[in-house]
Structures are given as C-alpha cells and as structure tokens.
Design a protein around this ligand. Structure first.
Ligand SMILES: Nc1ncnc2c1ncn2[C@@H]1O[C@H](COP(=O)(O)OP(=O)(O)OP(=O)(O)O)[C@@H](O)[C@H]1O
Ligand SMILES: C[C@@](O)(CCOP(=O)(O)OP(=O)(O)O)CC(=O)O
Length: 382
C-alpha cells in the first residue's frame, strides 16, 4: 500500500542577500543573510510525495512537467532525509525508506523568474519528505540548504537569519528565526511582477561568476554585510521601519552592483525595475526631501520583479500611486490585483495633489501585483 503526504511551503525574500558560495557542493555561503517569509495564502509551493512498492522509479514533476530525478540537489536532499529517518528509528513504516517516490510539485507563482521559487520548492520537497518519513529535526534547514541555499530560510516563519557558519562540513550553516510573523503584524508586501519569464542567468551560475570575478563582492562580504546584519536584527526587534527599509534598498542595490561588477556582467533589473526604484524614491521624498522616514522599500532578487515592503497604514497611498504610475487598461482586475484585496475607499481618499505629482508610465508595464504579508513556515495540508 502506497503512502502519500501533501505539504505547502513559503517563498522568502532576502533583506540582506545571499550571493556567493564558499563551498559549491555543500552550498555554504560567503556571508550571512536575513529574509522575510511571505504568506502561503498567496505564494506557495505545494508538493505531494507518494512512496510505494509498486512505483518502479523515482519521478519528479514540476508544474505538470517531468524533470530529471538525476539532479544532484534532489538526490542529495532525498538521501539526507532518509539518512536521518533511518538514524532516528521513528519512521512508522521503515520499509517505506526502500521504496521509490513520485513527487508532484507545483508553484502558484512564476518559476525561475527571481521570485525565490527554488527556495519554496526545495523547502517544500525536504519538509514533505520529512513528514512522509516521520522526521522532525533541526537538521532539515541544513538539508534544504543543500537543495538551494535560500531554501533553508523558507523552513521558518517570520524574520529569518541564515548564518554563514564557520565549519567546513556546513553543520553550523543553518537558518534560525529572528522573530515570528506576529512580532510585526503591520508589515505588508506588494510584489510588482514585471516579468514571469525564466531569467537568462540562473542564480547558481551568476553567483559563481561573481565569486570568481567581483572585487566588490569581497568588500561586501567582509565589511558591509556584518554591519548590516546587526542593524537589521535591531530594526526587526525594535520595529524600526526606517532602518529596515533603508538597508533593504541599499543591500538590493549593492547586490545588483555586484552583478554589474561580475565579468561578464549579469543584468537582472530592466527599465521597468528602474522606474519602480524612481517611484519609491519619489514616494519616500514626498514629505520632506531626504529627511522623511522611509515609507516604502524595494528589494529585487535575481530578476526584474520588485518586492515592496511597507506598513499597513501606508498601503492605500502607495497602492494608489502604483496604480497612477503603472496604469492597467486590461479588463480582468482579478487577474491583475492578486492577494489581499485593495481598500478602494481608502485609495479614493488619497488627495489628487499627491497623485498628480507622479508621472504615469505607458500602460500595462506590470504583469500583475500581489499584495501579501509576512507569514508562516511549511505545513502539511492533506
Ligand atoms: N516546486 C519546485 N520543486 C522543485 N524544484 C523547484 C521548484 N520550483 C523551482 N525549482 C527549481 O528551482 C529552479 C529555479 O531557481 P532559480 O534560483 O534559477 O530561480 P528563482 O528561485 O525563482 O529565483 P531567485 O532565487 O533568484 O529568487 C528551477 O529551475 C527548479 O530547478
Ligand atoms: C538573489 C537571491 O535570491 C539568490 C538566491 O540564490 P539561490 O538560493 O537560488 O541559489 P543556489 O543556492 O545556487 O540554489 C538572494 C537570496 O535569496 O538571498
């Protein structure tokens, strides 16, 4: 009789980016990173794993298409979860560990487009396997890390730090929670999807070239990141949005500067991304140029899509400005505005003098917008 388990796992977006490995095989980073786990209500990977004596070979299907199970990262995660399951002796059906598995995984957001699909994907794969085999272990974050570095952070809810670690075997390179999602409940996130196409340079390849060729990357890892990590930890503990947002933007900018400092360079931002950066800058300077606290902050992973962080009180104003700068002329508003519904009344109350100071771009530059919040870690859903 086969056994099946279905789980979901979240996306996480780094505030302090991971970019560069000190060990490519174990996936050990050259610097610490800090991320925010997003709600699975809106973005999630869902994975069903079935183990059975009748399954003749291991199969992995991603978004309905069969992928190679020979992928060393997938193999590694499977072996490691099985190893812990055997060692713990807690698997309710030990014979299951000898059976093949059928993995069916689906992302409800763009895959390989710079929205952390590998993070949610590998976190979900490892968590679902662990649930299937009855494993509960601190080591799961280290196993997810061997699937994709950023995946170790998706095993936790809220605000998460992945420690670089010192040991050569990677045993201290794990993710820990800094604060639960509930610690800062008014933190909201708007994802402006500029492109849902697969990016030209995969993160794994881009960061390997950066490690080989970028001098700026060395300075970032040794000087900038250690300082920023302390500041962001404090900003999260004190709910200091100004510092949180300012560092998020500076770190995103520095990551993309390293991409340009890489030879040959990798380009992840496009003209629309840069218009978003200008819009955010204008919003933050509306009240008192260069003096007002940050109201909204952007962060871009390895792709053109923007993740905007803002507090609940500013959502109507920022959403109205986004709507003004990036007009949408399509018919299906449900396909365009996803996630938490817009508060239309509050948006209508934004003074026209504020909106008029923003120049509209040409219509339909954004594919769609997802309004979400900080959220919980993986969970079983079947
Ligand atoms: N649900 C999933 N299950 C297993 N593997 C997945 C899943 N989703 C994505 N992946 C793997 O992750 C790869 C994409 O990773 P990549 O780092 O290139 O993009 P990304 O994670 O979307 O962007 P970024 O990490 O820069 O935010 C896919 O090609 C696939 O191999
Ligand atoms: C820009 C990033 O999103 C890069 C993520 O890289 P991956 O975790 O996808 O890379 P691999 O470890 O090679 O799988 C920054 C971040 O999430 O910290």
């Amino acid at each position: 009789m086969s056994t099946s388990v279905t789980c979901i796992a979240p996306v996480n977006i780094a505030i302090i980016k991971y970019w560069g490995k000190r060990d490519d095989d174990l996936i050990l980073p050259i610097n610490d990173s800090i991320s925010v786990t997003l709600s699975t209500d809106h973005l999630r990977t869902k994975t069903t794993i079935t183990a059975g004596p009748e399954i003749s070979k291991n199969v992995l299907r991603l978004n309905g298409v069969e992928e190679s199970f020979e992928n060393p990262r997938i193999q590694r995660c499977l072996q490691e979860v099985k190893r812990i399951a055997k060692a713990s002796g807690k698997c309710s059906k030990p014979e299951m560990l000898e059976w093949n598995v059928h993995v069916e995984s689906e992302n409800n957001f763009p895959t390989a487009a710079g929205l952390a699909s590998s993070a949610a994907g590998y976190a979900c794969f490892v968590y679902t396997l662990a649930t299937l085999y009855g494993v509960e272990s601190e080591e799961l974050s280290g196993i997810a890390r061997m699937g994709s570095g950023s995946a170790c952070r998706s095993l936790h809810s809220g605000y998460v730090q992945w420690a670089r670690g010192e040991r050569a075997d990677g045993s201290d390179s794990l993710a820990i929670q800094l604060a639960p999602a509930s610690a800062w409940p008014d933190m909201h996130v708007l994802i402006l999807v500029v492109s849902d196409r697969k990016k030209a340079t995969a993160s794994t390849h881009g960061m390997a070239t950066s490690v080989k060729t970028s001098d700026l990357l060395k300075h970032r890892a040794s000087v900038c990141v250690p300082e920023r990590v302390k500041l962001v930890q404090k900003a999260i503990a004190e709910k200091d949005f100004d510092t949180f947002g300012r560092i998020a933007m500076k770190d995103s900018n520095q990551f993309h500067a390293i991409c340009l400092d890489t030879y040959p360079p990798c380009f992840y931002l496009n003209d629309v991304s840069r218009s978003i950066i200008r819009m955010v800058d204008q919003i933050n300077n509306l009240a008192e140029p260069n003096l007002a606290p940050v109201k909204v902050a952007y962060s871009f992973d390895a792709g053109p899509n923007a993740c905007l962080f803002l507090l609940e009180k500013d959502v109507p104003e920022v959403s109205a400005i986004v709507r003004r700068v990036f007009p949408f002329t399509g018919t299906s508003a449900e396909e365009y505005y996803k996630g938490i519904p817009n508060d239309e009344a509050a948006m209508a109350a934004i003074p026209p003098t504020v909106l008029d100071s923003f120049a509209p771009e040409e219509p339909n530059l954004l594919r769609y917008i997802i309004h979400t919040k900080v959220g919980e870690g993986p969970k079983r859903v079947d």
